[in-house]
Design a protein around this ligand. Structure first.
Ligand code: ADP
Ligand code: MG
Ligand code: ZN
Length: 420
């Protein structure tokens, strides 16, 4: 058994690799520059943690969220891996501990927040400790026109050149432009070994419907799935409260969730959703990051999401356990008008805005698709040879949906005239 497979079993306690992991682990372990694109929940962390154990020296992990870094460090330590983090969330004691471990050459993984790279001291420190690999988690944060742009990520390319070590970048965002930007900024334009894996979530049923009476449509959808855990995404805070109430009135267990709530109330809702069966959370997009419930059986959008990436991410929260899950996305001309104006009235620079419009247009293309949604969705992420059978259009070809056709015509006309 090769070293990686041994560590997989003995350290992490997994019997086998997930689809795509082994090839990525091998390439990273060999010291190739790697760009790996894998959906959320696909198991990206392991793809740099395992090589870090196999390789000599320290692997530096750059990650955008302190909470995620701390979680990973805690999980690694629990299985006996020497890992530490340098972030602004550290106590002095924690920082001293990390330094001491580094000085004694004991650390295998050092997580650092991207802000740290802004100080010259970081480079000196990293030179001294014998870094053998840089791993960049959530690498799309380097994309200036993406929604998670982190300016400090722009320093990573220089860091790679200064340390002259291989770099492995990981993300779940796969559109071609973001990929190109990652290659340009992190790899100085030199194509890394690229792995694009498994965007299909075959257990998730995809469906869109023209919005006619959204409240009734969502209530019907929920009624057919009574007792199952689900999420309803809404475009506004007020709507989450109204719809949660309507669902409760219809006999469901439902709570609302949005960014205007007290932190404590939000936490209670998150915890209840995680622990209870059959709870519906009616939420804005504020509900998501950190939701890691495997048995969410359905996700409905009462309003059109803002982009194809958001759509994929939000429906992707259902069916993580691999059992069948169902989704429904409502859309109408007023959604598009709203999303367009949100982009135009935002403070983003013009280039970013046009990228946002393109991502919205890609979602409209999916909403208006005439054949297989899955093929259209995955095609956007660069996947071909898609087999489906689990979407509304595979089940019922578009031309029999009169309502959808009417909306589609209205949308297309509006797009052509440039009204939006
Ligand atoms: P990502 O970063 O791609 O969203 P994570 O690295 O957080 O995904 O992994 C998601 C979950 O999958 C974690 O709970 C992790 O322990 C689990 N996991 C990863 N690899 C495997 C594997 N080979 N076998 C079983 N579980 C795995
Ligand atoms: Mg991750
Ligand atoms: Zn299909």
């Amino acid at each position: 058994m090769c070293a990686a497979a041994t560590f997989l079993r003995d350290v992490f306690g997994f019997d086998s690799f997930r689809p795509g992991q082994e090839e990525i682990v091998d390439a990273v372990t060999r010291g190739e520059n790697v760009l790996a694109i894998m959906p959320t929940g696909g198991g990206k962390s392991l793809c740099f943690q395992l090589p870090a154990l196999v390789r000599e020296g320290v692997t530096v992990v750059i990650s955008p969220l302190i909470a995620l870094m701390r979680d990973q460090v805690r999980a690694l330590r629990e299985v006996g891996v020497a890992a530490g983090a340098l972030t602004s969330g550290n106590t002095e004691e924690e920082t001293n501990e990390v330094w001491e471990a580094l000085d004694h050459g004991r650390l295998k993984l050092l997580y650092i927040a991207p802000e740290r790279l802004a100080s010259g001291a970081a480079l000196g420190m990293l030179r001294r400790i014998g870094v053998s690999l840089i791993a960049v988690d959530e690498a799309h944060c380097v994309s200036q026109w993406g929604h998670d742009f982190r300016p400090d990520y722009l320093r990573i390319g220089e860091l790679r050149q200064a340390l002259d070590v291989p770099l492995a970048a990981f993300t779940a965002t796969a559109d071609a432009e973001t990929r190109e930007e990652i290659v340009a900024r992190l790899f100085d334009g030199q194509a890394p070994s690229t792995f694009l894996h498994g965007f299909d979530r075959p257990n998730i049923h995809l469906a869109f419907a023209a919005k006619d009476s959204p409240r009734r449509q969502i209530l019907d959808f929920a009624a057919a799935r009574k007792g199952q855990s689900g999420i309803v995404y809404c475009g506004t805070r007020a709507k989450t409260e109204n719809l949660a109430k309507a669902l409760r009135d219809a006999g469901h267990l439902a709570l609302h969730y949005h960014g205007g709530m007290e932190a404590e109330d939000r936490r209670v809702t998150e915890t209840r959703f995680q622990r209870e069966d059959g709870l519906i959370v009616v939420a804005t997009v504020a509900f998501g990051m950190g939701v890691d419930k495997p048995d969410i059986r359905w996700v409905a959008h009462a309003d059109l999401p803002k982009s194809i990436e958001s759509y994929y991410q939000e429906i992707g929260r259902s069916g993580r356990d691999g059992a069948p899950a169902e989704t429904l996305t409502l859309f109408g001309p007023e959604d598009i008008r709203l999303r367009r104006s949100q982009i135009d009235e935002g403070l983003a620079p013009p280039e970013r805005r046009s990228a946002d419009h393109a991502r919205l247009n890609a979602l409209l293309g999916l909403a208006e698709a005439l054949h297989c949604r899955r093929e259209t969705l995955l095609g956007y992420f660069g996947e071909t040879n898609v087999t489906c059978g689990r979407c509304d259009l595979c089940e019922t070809p578009a031309d029999v949906f009169d309502g959808t056709t009417a909306v589609r015509k209205a949308l297309s006309a509006a797009l052509r005239t440039g009204e939006w």
